[in-house]
Design a protein around this ligand. Sequence first.
Ligand code: SF4
Length: 153
Amino acid sequence: MCDSLYVKANGELPCWDDVGEQLILRTIDEQALSSKKEQQLFDFPTLVNIRKAFLEVREPYQHLCSKCAVRGHGTVTSLYPKIIRVLHIEPSYLCQLACPQCVEPKLRLQLKKPPYNMSLSFYHKLLQQLQDEEIATIRLVHFEGRGEPLLNN
Ligand code: SF4
């Protein structure tokens, strides 16, 4: 979470995709993106506090970070980095499969609010907002999530 961003199909921004996925840091509003009234995406206070915590060699969410598989995967160099190492996008939350470690099919639609597919217009506005925030580079865009990306057609 110090140098990357994970955006779910419905605009939620969780604390990455392991145990932190249950912690929704905020939800992006497409209308606010359109009217350029959405708050900063890569430097909003909660994300800056996560970076600050790791810079001070402490865990922002001890009850989660201590169990988190991605703990230590990112690097923290600044409170306000201008390079996104991974932009993790969940194209679709829907899936026709039932992998044991994933979302239970009968609970899938109860656990998350729609939209279940990220619209192309939302994705474009997200990139435009990051450009407006003067993000210099997005090193990798990673399309994956709790659903089958190819169901977003
Ligand atoms: S280590 Fe902590 S801050 Fe980092 S993704 Fe996991 S829960 Fe979130």
